[in-house]
Design a protein around this ligand. Structure first.
Ligand SMILES: [Zn+2]
Length: 169
């Protein structure tokens, strides 16, 4: 498991972030069943209590920005009645794309946990840590959590719903 710590942040316990990754995998699986992309996650508070859980809704909403993280930010802000998610935590089955990483930073979130690495055909191929290294507020990323299970659900989604127009790996 890799950990990129760019500052001093209170980390969730290993048991708790593994539980939250498992819930993210369930949400990715639910997204596959809806016909959406195989990504899911949660936004929780600093003690690991779930505020919202959900997954990708790109096809359901016919909206290319409805990645899991974007859906979760929207729902968390609605639930909490604020646009400021400072002190909250993002957990996903896979690494965030640059759009989502930027949106998470704009929301105030500075603590991130994920399992599988970004797929190499994603464009623009800018890794999450490259975005976070440019953010203020000393973000923390813990990657590679339950990586095999996380990658397996992504592969399941890709095999059931092959991507059009994707570049070969
Ligand atoms: Zn994204």
């Amino acid at each position: 498991m890799d950990k990129l710590v760019l500052g001093e942040i209170q980390m969730l316990t290993q048991n708790r972030y593994e539980e939250l990754i498992r819930i993210s995998i369930e949400e990715a699986d639910a997204a596959i069943c809806r016909g959406d992309e195989p990504f899911g996650g949660v936004i929780c508070d600093s003690d690991g209590n779930i505020i919202v859980r959900g997954g990708n809704r790109e096809n359901t909403e016919q909206n290319p920005t409805a990645h899991a993280e974007m859906v979760l930010i929207r729902e968390a802000c609605k639930t909490l009645g604020t646009k400021d998610l400072s002190g909250f935590i993002s957990v996903c089955n896979a690494e965030s794309c640059p759009m989502c990483a930027s949106a998470l930073i704009l929301s105030g979130i500075r603590e991130f946990y994920y399992g599988a690495e970004m797929e190499s055909f994603c464009g623009p191929y800018i890794r999450m840590h490259e975005v976070l290294e440019r953010a203020s507020g000393a973000p923390l990323i813990v990657s590679g959590i339950l990586e095999e299970e996380c990658r397996a659900v992504v592969q399941k989604g890709r095999s059931l719903h092959p991507l059009k127009n994707s570049m070969p790996e």
